[in-house]
Design a protein around this ligand. Structure first.
Ligand code: NOJ
Length: 733
């Protein structure tokens, strides 16, 4: 439809119809005998309002969506189609590793493919928009939503934001296999005080702009169709009604011209925040801030008519929002084809098809991070008798907290994969204990006890017997999937006590034990580190997690993931991240000086730093070599290292470039990653890895608030993780 027609359509709509467009309803409200209508009615939302709504959240399935779309359009005075939106996060039915795990792959293009395949399944199931990617920068492992992010690094997050947006949206939003992407949560949602979800966010303007905005910007630059506001306040104002943030920063500065949607109920919540005086005030503030769609707080349908008729809010603001929504419907091709990619037959064939499963396997394999491997304990060797023990050995739920469309029944477990892929290997299987300590209650989730009827003593004994009988043990331990995701902040970052007890007992019986971890956040791994000979971080690996793990443990695949977030020594260090500022009193162990920046009882360094990860072979990295010692703004410096595979297997390494501005008008981080390269080498092979350092990589928000570089000395560090100290310097003239 050309723009003129959209303008005519807008002009012909009644006020009530226009308000309908900015109102998002949950699919439950469309159900015939909807119980969900009750609370909405209390807010003054009528059945007619529901029937005029512009977008729907939470309905899926081609047949169902086509039916609703047809009936809805017939009823609508201007036959405007609905947009169906849903959280398709790490996959639709084929579930890929959680986003944090995808971050660990350091392979944004692979995540782009996962997004593309997820869009293919979801579009066949009738969906038009996904609430992904989440690009919130995260530094605090207590926050349960770190699992939805790709980690703590500005550069890495930007790469993933771009790749995922491109993967979902493809070349053409109107395409039958694409989804509109929605980057979230704007802004700063990943920095809640004390890691408690929905809590206050306080960031200096420079930190906010330099660390938190770039990944959203990367999505905007990639043409993301929607942005979602965040629940939190940013510097004392709830983001959702923050006009400066949404209009000046997001739209004017960052150049976003798509649809801005609130998070679930977030407009109404600004009353609880103590910013809006009542729901009418909240509606006015949100519209003035440029929030186009009210996700489920009901504030727009309840209050906008009276605000506009009473002259409190200009109808032009509403028209502006409605036009953006109509434009999105147009870009999605819904006026020409309201059913778009929805196809019940295709839905059956693409969902969980072998191509998607193979990609899920590859993505899982690439996301695994080998944290420890004493004496080349892994990979396991054929002929060894290996006990696979722990609550995750035959667990189906490997999908993570945001895969409510994924069905755990589709998952291939570790045990199933071992039996199928490695029938000639000698494995013994035992569960040992449940995931959670008996009696654990997760607030809001009720009781999470599973298989309560299992004989706990017998389970424990079978595990001990298996450990005794085997040459080696691999323990499969982790968090419960409900311990990560939204509203799952934790103050204790250890494995459940019962699993720690199992670890201690099994390793006492058989010290030749490795641990595979399933978790959605960095954990305090001290006990695991002390007791296990090898540690493989497997995150929540998705539908094909079992096969990916068996292939990795048996050496058919090699772990090459790197940590996208620092793993703290213990919770007392959190938030801990590599790109911290230097202090005036830096501490370097084992300095005995009392007045230095340190703890009395724990180290400053995380247990495992950002960028860290091993493979099954070893590499040497030479000292950094620079081709020049000085450069002007128009020039560049090339930094090189020689990397050699010093082991006896082929392997992959991720060589990372870090820069440090030694003295500037504001304090600069001790190092910041500015690039990385994955290289694969045969045993004994070596290669040169070169990075070109250009002036724009040296820019930051200077003391006067401009984005620029400053002349002076820069240190260049290249190595295998953020802990690298090998450095050389050059001068920017
Ligand atoms: C609330 C979450 O914060 C957001 O990420 C999600 O997209 C919406 N609910 C819709 O499910």
């Amino acid at each position: 439809m050309d723009h003129k027609k959209l303008e005519t359509l807008l002009h012909d709509m009644t006020l009530r119809e226009k308000i309908g467009q900015v109102f998002q309803i949950s699919g439950q409200l469309l159900a015939e005998d909807s119980a969900a209508m009750g609370p909405m009615q209390e807010m003054g939302v009528t059945q007619e309002d529901v029937l005029l709504a512009g977008t729907v959240l939470g309905v899926f399935g081609a047949e169902k969506i086509c039916k609703i779309q047809k009936e809805y359009m017939e009823h609508h005075p201007h036959h405007i189609p609905l947009i169906f939106m849903l959280d398709v996060i790490n996959g639709y039915r084929t579930v890929y590793p959680i986003p944090l795990a995808q971050g660990a792959s350091f392979l944004p293009e692979l995540s782009g493919k996962c997004a593309q395949m997820a869009a293919r399944e979801a579009a066949a199931a009738g969906l038009h928009v996904t609430f992904s990617p989440m690009t919130d920068l995260v530094r605090d492992a207590r926050w349960g939503r770190v699992m939805e992010s790709t980690g703590e690094d500005v550069y890495l997050n930007g790469q993933f934001a771009k790749a995922m947006t491109g993967g979902y949206q493809g070349e053409d939003l109107a395409g039958e296999e694409t989804l509109g992407a929605c980057v979230k949560h704007f802004a700063g949602y990943g920095a809640p005080d004390a890691g408690r979800d929905y809590n206050t966010v306080q960031l200096t303007e420079r930190t906010f702009r330099e660390y938190y905005l770039p990944a959203y910007q990367a999505a905007v630059d990639a043409g993301v169709a929607l942005v979602m506001t965040s629940f939190n306040t940013v510097n004392d104002i709830p983001a959702t009604v923050n006009k400066k943030l949404m209009r000046e920063i997001l739209r004017d500065e960052m150049g976003f011209d798509g649809v801005l949607i609130s998070d679930f109920g977030a407009i109404g919540e600004t009353v609880a925040h103590g910013l809006s005086s009542d729901r009418a005030d909240a509606a006015r503030r949100a519209l003035e801030a440029g929030v186009d769609i009210d996700m489920m707080s009901g504030v727009y349908p309840e209050k906008l008519e009276q605000l506009i008729r009473g002259g409190k809010v200009s109808e032009d603001l509403l028209d502006e929002a409605v036009m953006r929504i109509l434009e999105l419907k147009n870009k999605l091709g819904l006026f020409e084809n309201p059913f778009k990619g929805a196809d019940p037959e295709k839905e059956k064939t693409v969902i969980l098809c072998e191509e998607h499963r193979a990609l899920a396997r590859e993505a899982a394999e690439r996301s695994f991070v080998l944290l420890k491997n004493d004496g080349a304990f892994l990979p396991l060797k054929k002929g060894e008798k290996v006990a696979l023990i722990g609550p995750y050995v035959s667990r189906k739920q490997l999908l993570g907290g945001w895969s409510f469309l994924g069905d755990a029944e589709d998952t291939v477990t570790v045990e199933e994969a071992a039996r199928k892929l490695a029938p000639e290997w000698e494995f013994i299987f035992a569960k040992g204990c449940p995931v959670l300590d008996p009696g654990t209650k997760l607030v809001g989730f009720g009781s999470c006890e599973e298989n309560e009827d299992e004989d706990q003593d017998a389970m424990w004994k079978a595990a001990c017997d298996a450990a005794r009988e085997a040459d080696k043990v691999v323990l499969f331990l982790g968090e419960h999937f409900l311990q990560t995701g939204e509203a799952t902040s934790r103050g204790i970052l250890e494995l459940p006590q019962i699993q720690q007890k199992l670890l201690r007992e099994i390793t006492a019986i058989n010290p030749d034990t490795a641990v595979v971890l399933f978790n959605g956040r960095p954990l305090d791994l001290r006990v695991v580190n002390e007791n296990a000979k090898a540690i493989l971080e497997a995150w929540m690996p998705g539908t094909e997690g079992g096969p990916a793990l068996i292939r990795t443990l048996t050496g058919a695949s090699e772990p090459s993931g790197r940590l996208p977030m620092s793993f703290p020594y213990c919770v007392g260090q959190v938030p801990v991240h590599y790109d911290e500022f230097p202090t005036g009193r830096p501490y370097h162990a084992p300095d005995e000086n009392r007045f230095l920046s340190k703890y009395l009882d724990i180290p400053n360094q995380p247990l495992y730093p950002f960028g860290y990860g091993m493979g099954y072979t070893t590499f040497s990295v030479s000292e950094v070599d620079l081709d020049r010692e000085e450069m002007t703004r128009g020039e560049s410096v090339t930094a090189k290292v020689t990397v050699r595979n010093t082991g006896d297997r082929p392997g992959t390494d991720v060589i990372q470039l870090y820069l440090h501005d030694v003295a500037a008008s504001v304090v600069r981080p001790v190092k910041q990653m500015k690039g990385y390269q994955r290289i694969t080498l045969e045993p004994g092979e070596e290669t040169e890895v070169a990075f070109e350092i250009r002036e724009e990589m040296l820019r930051f928000y200077t003391a006067d608030g401009t984005w620029d570089s400053e002349p002076g000395v820069f240190e260049v560090m290249i190595g295998e993780s953020s802990a690298t100290e090998s450095k050389k310097s050059f001068l920017l003239r």
